[in-house]
Design a protein around this ligand. Structure first.
Ligand code: HEM
Length: 184
């Protein structure tokens, strides 16, 4: 997409987001549509405090727009969300992101009085980079988690050492390595 088209998409999204965020009940509508969109999703939010979650979503959407623009600061926060949504934490399977985006578009259509198909295309385009980034982190850390489980199985002390390995002073690391070498 060329720069002019990109700028137009961003302006369309910015305008639409402003109208949605200022419209009463936008975030509640989104979560209510999302929870009804797939049988697994309502359970995932069973314990959620929506006063907090609505605010987090507002911030996350702003962040996704900044991330699309290439902001380094946004990337750092996105890395954390990518991790929190992975298999080992919130466990959000990649196929659920289509329901998330479709639900968001339905909530926008309901709350943005000026919503058009061009707005929807622009939203989908601007959010795609962030969504793909979070989605593609689903299996990150799989190898590490497997390794930790194995170490814990052999000896919980080994797991503790492995977890703090990079924070240990060189002298302690050298001592541990000597012990491992002499034991094998
Ligand atoms: C790109 C899309 C998404 C963004 C930007 C996003 C953003 C967030 C953020 C910022 C949080 C707060 C916790 C944290 O900071 O990590 C959160 C929590 C959560 N998200 Fe997402 N999310 C996305 C997609 C999804 C999808 C597709 C699902 C499931 C269908 C989902 C389920 C959850 C759940 C269950 C929580 C925890 C709620 C609680 O604290 O009870 N998210 N999300």
């Amino acid at each position: 997409m060329n720069t002019a088209t990109k700028a137009t998409a961003y302006d369309l999204v910015n305008g639409s987001f402003g109208r949605c965020a200022n419209s009463n009940g936008f975030f509640d509508s989104f979560y209510s549509i999302l929870k009804g969109s797939h049988p697994d999703i309502a359970n995932m939010f069973a314990e959620t405090d929506f006063t907090k979650q609505n605010e987090l979503l507002r911030i996350a959407l702003e962040l996704m727009l900044m991330f699309d623009h290439g902001s380094d600061a946004a990337k750092q926060v996105m890395e954390r969300i990518r991790e929190s949504h992975s298999r080992h934490q919130l466990n959000v399977p990649p196929q659920l992101y289509d329901y998330w985006l479709d639900s968001l578009m339905k909530a926008c259509a309901k709350h943005d009085t000026e919503f058009t198909p061009e707005h929807e295309t622009a939203w989908r385009d601007v959010l795609s980079k962030g969504i793909n980034y979070i989605k593609s982190g689903y299996d990150d850390g799989a190898e590490e988690a497997e390794c930790m489980a194995y170490l814990n199985f052999i000896d919980p002390d080994l797991e503790t050492v492995a977890r703090s390995w990079r924070f240990l002073p060189d002298s302690v690391r050298a001592e541990v390595m000597t012990k491992i070498k002499s034991a094998t």
